[in-house]
Design a protein around this ligand. Sequence first.
Ligand SMILES: *[C@@H]1O[C@H](CO)[C@@H](O)[C@H](O)[C@H]1NC(C)=O
Ligand SMILES: *[C@@H]1O[C@H](CO)[C@@H](O)[C@H](O)[C@H]1NC(C)=O
Ligand SMILES: *[C@@H]1O[C@H](CO)[C@@H](O)[C@H](O)[C@H]1NC(C)=O
Ligand SMILES: *[C@@H]1O[C@H](CO)[C@@H](O)[C@H](O)[C@H]1NC(C)=O
Ligand SMILES: *[C@@H]1O[C@H](CO)[C@@H](O)[C@H](O)[C@H]1NC(C)=O
Length: 495
Amino acid sequence: MTFLSFLTAAFLTSLATPTPNLHTNETLIPPNDFIHIHNLRLHSQSGLHYLNGINYWSCMNLASSTSTGGNLTRLLTELDQLASHGINHVRIMASSEGAPTPQPFRMNPPLFTALGVYDEAVFQGLDRCLHELSVRGIRATMTLGNEWHWSGGFAQYVSWATNNSRIPYPPSWNMTAAPQRPTPRTGWGAYTIEGVDAAPYDAFTNYANSIYDNKIAEEMSKQHIDIVMNRRNSVNGRLYTEDPTIMTWQIANEPQAADPLGYTGPYSIFLLPNPDDRMFPFIQRLASYIRLRSPRQLVSVGLESKQGEYYFKRIHDDPHVDYATTHVWVQNWGVYDMFDPHPENLARAQDFASAFLKNTSTWGKEIGKPVFLEEFGMARNNWEHVGKEYAYLSSAGTGNRDVYFTSIFETVLDDFKSGGAYIGTCPWAYGGIWRPETQVMNTFDMVWAGDPPHEATGWYDLYDTDATMAIIEEQAKDVRGWIEENDGGEGKGEG
Ligand SMILES: *[C@@H]1O[C@H](CO)[C@@H](O)[C@H](O)[C@H]1NC(C)=O
Ligand SMILES: *[C@@H]1O[C@H](CO)[C@@H](O)[C@H](O)[C@H]1NC(C)=O
Ligand SMILES: *[C@@H]1O[C@H](CO)[C@@H](O)[C@H](O)[C@H]1NC(C)=O
Ligand SMILES: *[C@@H]1O[C@H](CO)[C@@H](O)[C@H](O)[C@H]1NC(C)=O
Ligand SMILES: *[C@@H]1O[C@H](CO)[C@@H](O)[C@H](O)[C@H]1NC(C)=O
């Protein structure tokens, strides 16, 4: 009590002169230094702000206590690594939903298991995560929901709202399924539907997307968002809505169109856009709900933007959505094959990504919204593993990925430097010091790879020793140098 009121008062008076009593927190991002948007660009108090991001979705769990399945030693090591590579943004989960009964394929333990029933230890992990990011000058996108089942997400709300109805899981990674390594609980596993309904992906998304017109599910999700946003950080006393470490509240990871017409595959420019898709009003309601609670932080949707121009513009051209998001997944969308070493395979991926980035930059400018490439990834040279015990060992090279990432960084940076809509990149996903060869499931059945618990571990991980991290660092240096030379101070002093 005294601590909190003292801290609030101290923050109010400490803007100009740091209070000695706060020395342990004095390197936090300053209390008024919110990222804001001006002329298609992000700005902080020190000027133009480019997002050198990385996905680090498990931060809240890694930052929680050992008895909650966390590992603070690992977290601090990895955050120091990220800061040393020039990372200034992470995209993290700010929520995970459990169930009355244990559910497979998802983050565990979850932040909450029923409306109002929170795991305070996980919440304290989120507090710790935000604090440690802040002292390293790293800001966050806080993802509040999920189309996919790996954090609970839409499907869990629908299940709660329909008398705990059974979630029709699609085939997902089961680490304890055959083939098993000799030491129990160290992998490998397989995509399996054992023990759960064998659902095609469409059946799963139909179930999850019924949140779009299920008022009870929507209300639950809003009540939860309200609780997260109004959380007071137990480490540094900051109210989440008053913490500039939180750049963005994101509605959900990859919400999908519910009623697509003319859908032709995992990636498609929809031939017949459906203006009546139930996704649109849902996203609109959530965006205004979040904006109302936090006028100084930004709001984004989390859309992949794979559905083409109509969907991109319709979702993002909303007064409560501050910038557009894009994700590009060449293997998942059938453009790239991780077992194919031929140069045409890689070239196809590069061409696709480059066309996708050009399209979305144009669309962003047309609606006057910046665009953030907040997910992209590529597997290692996994053709090197054909015939080995596991396709995703860390021993394969990263040659293709490094070429592909380099071309993405160049395309996005060129776009940014030449006045395009792009404001940064955020590859998927930091696995840091974790490796599949040494993985051991913890008491909560988790390993915290860069890959979420419904996918093969080691697929898209970026390891601390990968050459890819040096490429990330190089482009961060490049953009910092460019900003120093070119930011005439237009953004300075604002905010
Ligand atoms: C932040 O400041 C508060 C108030 O002085 C203090 O209790 C807390 O321990 C500090 N946290 C850290 C991690 O320095
Ligand atoms: C935590 O991570 C460290 C590496 O930083 C590792 O040595 C240790 O075994 C991990 N602890 C647990 C409980 O997993
Ligand atoms: C809810 O589920 C329980 C257990 O499956 C069942 O007994 C009950 O009848 C259901 N209630 C409704 C309203 O469907
Ligand atoms: C995972 O695999 C094990 C071993 O085959 C099986 O017992 C379990 O039911 C599976 N779990 C799920 C959720 O598929
Ligand atoms: C880019 O947009 C054009 C025009 O809508 C479309 O034909 C093309 O498929 C798009 N390419 C990608 C990769 O999005």
